[in-house]
Design a protein around this ligand. Structure first.
Ligand code: XMP
Length: 315
């Protein structure tokens, strides 16, 4: 795609001409956006002055941090690891409003990042902002703000640093193409999009650490089954969420447990989406494994709504 390779060439020059020296901090997550953004800047100004940081907010999926470290290393990115999970999870406990959770996460994330910026005396910060984030977070003539994505405008006013946003003009499918052009490892290329605030936006109703831990287990089962059946790589996203509540019987006992909602979607760019329902035997396997293996999950549902009107993440 010519547009993407032209954009890449343009961005390399653009960054070279804007860069006035000093250190550049980059928050990486192991996802495609932050990896490609960091890679481009390293390519433009050399990797010596780029400091990648992986901030662990405790809202990643099972094994995700370990896998991300390995994949990033393959792309030549070796981040400083900061485990801030306890701080994030303590602040989130009991918060019902999802927008408030996004705000808490965005602010604490910025605080943690700022500590690194100050310590390293950095002059620039790389943001993996992509074009749909710009549209969906901004209030335009036509639409109200839909969701406050935490990697956009999430940088508070007190943040006194120049921002480099190499992906600001690209859609997700174009970032995938760019990633292919520059040779990003396939493990990163094939990953599903994952929101900056992580599993916090997949907990419906009150945020509790109990729900988070149940969700992590159910999420792993869903994705393990989808991978084993060869379905995972054909999907845009597999979004597993948890909500209240459904009465179950386990053994002879009545148990008021939680619902796991599985939202599998196909999409080109995340702006619109179709739902995907797996074959019955796969639905059965996912459902049965979750209710059998994850204590306190008493029901599993599959979401059969397109976007619009239903956004991909529940909140
Ligand atoms: P929605 O839920 O708005 O999601 O239909 C569209 C796409 O954006 C992802 N998403 C986010 N990505 N930070 C991100 O980096 C966020 O806060 C965020 N919220 C949603 C979502 O996973 C989907 O691919």
């Amino acid at each position: 795609n010519e547009r993407v390779s032209n954009y890449y060439a343009y961005e390399l020059n653009n960054i070279k001409s804007l860069y006035k020296g000093g250190r550049v901090v980059s928050a990486v997550s192991g996802g495609i956006d932050s990896t490609v953004a960091t890679y481009i800047v390293m390519k433009a100004i050399g990797s010596n002055n780029v400091i990648p940081v992986l901030i662990d907010h405790g809202l990643f999926r099972i094994n995700e941090v370990e896998e991300s470290k390995i994949n990033l290393e393959k792309a030549g990115i070796n981040p400083i690891y900061i485990d801030a999970s306890e701080e994030f999870l303590n602040k989130l406990e009991g918060i019902t409003s999802c927008e408030e959770r996004r705000k808490i996460i965005g602010e604490l994330f910025a605080k943690k990042l700022n500590e690194v910026i100050t310590k390293e005396n950095a002059s620039y910060l790389i943001q993996g902002t992509i074009y749909p984030d710009v549209i969906e977070s901004g209030k335009t003539k036509y639409s109200q703000k839909i969701k406050s994505h935490h990697n956009v405008g999430g940088i508070p006013k007190w943040f006194n640093i120049d921002i480099i946003e190499p992906l600001r003009g690209l859609y997700k499918d174009e970032i995938r193409e760019l990633a292919k052009i520059i040779g990003i490892p396939k493990e990163i290329l094939n990953r599903h999009p994952f929101p900056g605030p992580g599993l916090a936006v997949r907990i419906i109703g009150k945020f509790t650490n109990e729900k988070l831990n149940l969700l992590k287990k159910a999420d792993k089962i869903v994705n393990d089954v989808l991978k084993a059946k060869g379905i995972y790589n054909n999907l845009w996203q597999s979004v597993v969420t948890i909500s209240e509540s459904w009465v179950g019987v386990k053994g002879d006992e009545r148990e008021e447990g939680y619902i796991i909602n599985v939202r599998l979607v196909n999409s080109d760019d995340g702006m619109t989406a179709d739902y995907y329902l797996p074959p019955n035997n796969v639905i059965d396997e996912i459902s049965n494994r979750i209710t059998n293996e994850v204590k306190k999950i008493t029901a599993v549902s599959f979401i059969t709504s397109t976007k619009p009107p239903t956004t991909i993440e529940p909140c």
